[in-house]
Ligand binder design. Structure first.
Ligand SMILES: Nc1ncnc2c1ncn2[C@@H]1O[C@H](COP(=O)(O)OP(=O)(O)OP(=O)(O)O)[C@@H](O)[C@H]1O
Ligand SMILES: O=P(O)(O)OC[C@H]1O[C@H](OP(=O)(O)OP(=O)(O)O)[C@H](O)[C@@H]1O
Ligand SMILES: [Mg+2]
Length: 292
């Protein structure tokens, strides 16, 4: 019997490194051999192909791939009919969505969507831009851009619709945001048939569980401490209100063990307070997955 295989599209380009890093955190050994478009992964039931983010949705829709990770922006731009199984909020450098914005040179007279009437707009997302203009009742000349779009205004275009994450590319090119057009995050998408195939669905759900678990553990740490029962109330009052710490007994009936999961950046403020409130033997430990 041949091993069943899940055909997974990994986005080349901006999302590639962040995707690889996330898979590693999720427990998969994935690597990108140079010049090869077949990343290796230590799971014989997964076959990875590196494809441009723009095209993953298309190949997932037609079944060439069972599933893949890509931006919501390209699913919308391609009007792809796929099943979205998960939103994973990560971008090239941050854990935040990206924004597709309408931008113009700082000194441009364009202030509102209406001012675009009859103007030239350069963008990689022609369909999204045309639909957005139509929804504002504006007619403009939308030109496809192959990239390096920020260089185009004012000589080659009056405005651009471009993706921004940190804002540094817009700033470096003296561009001003007029308005937001679309917010996009990374999505795990599946072919409609693959999504209802029991083996593939389970394989994808398991993969998503691990990817989500790894993301949930980011910037979190565990904290364990011993507390005299008489001090328990004081110690618990120090921990953030939404936490439900685990309290377990110790062999000495006068002591308890308290364990909690916290934001890493809160720890340096909390540990001294916990100690002052009577906690001892405080241990901080790293977390790699949190599964709800
Ligand atoms: N900082 C970022 N810049 C651009 N795209 C980003 C960024 N962070 C996340 N993305 C997402 O990555 C996808 C863009 O990747 P894609 O492969 O289409 O182009 P690219 O990474 O810009 O490639 P290239 O470097 O060849 O221009 C989109 O879904 C976009 O939302
Ligand atoms: O807001 P920022 O953090 O600066 O990120 C956004 C920039 O990154 C991408 O460029 P890319 O590297 O894909 O080059 P390209 O324009 O040639 O596609 C995108 O097209 C923007 O130019
Ligand atoms: Mg690009």
């Amino acid at each position: 019997m041949t091993t069943p295989v899940l055909k997974l599209g990994i986005p080349a380009g901006s999302l590639q490194e962040a995707t690889g890093e996330l898979f590693r955190k999720a427990g998969y050994k994935i690597s990108f051999p140079s010049r090869s478009y077949y990343p290796t992964i230590d799971d014989p039931e997964i076959h990875c192909t590196l494809i441009r983010a723009q095209e993953i949705a298309r190949y997932v829709q037609d079944g060439s791939l069972d599933c893949g990770l890509t931006g919501h922006d390209w699913v919308v731009e391609n009007d792809a009919k796929v099943t979205e199984l998960a939103e994973l909020v990560f971008s090239k450098v941050s854990r935040k969505p990206v924004r597709w914005v309408l931008a113009v040179p700082t000194e441009s007279p364009i202030q509102t969507p209406k001012d675009l009437q009859g103007k030239r707009i350069a963008t990689e997302v022609v369909n999204i831009t045309r639909r957005w203009l139509a929804s504002h009742g504006v007619t403009a000349n939308v030109e496809f851009s192959w990239g390096a779009t920020e260089v185009k205004p004012p000589r080659l275009a009056d405005a651009i619709v471009e993706v921004t994450e940190t804002g540094s590319s817009l700033r470096a090119n003296n561009l001003r945001i007029v308005c937001d057009i679309l917010t996009s995050t990374t999505r795990f998408i599946a072919n409609d048939n693959a999504a209802v195939d029991p083996w593939k669905r389970r394989k994808m759900d398991d993969l998503i569980l691990m990817l989500r678990g790894a993301m949930a553990a980011e910037n979190k740490v565990g904290l364990m401490m011993n507390v005299r029962k008489a001090d328990l109330e004081k110690v618990l009052a120090v921990l953030p209100a939404m936490l439900k710490p685990t309290i377990s007994g110790l062999s000495d009936p006068n002591w308890a063990d308290v364990m909690a999961i916290l934001d890493e950046d809160a720890v340096r403020r909390l540990i001294p307070d916990l100690k002052r409130s009577g906690a001892s033997g405080i241990v901080e430990f790293p977390l790699t997955k949190i599964i709800d």
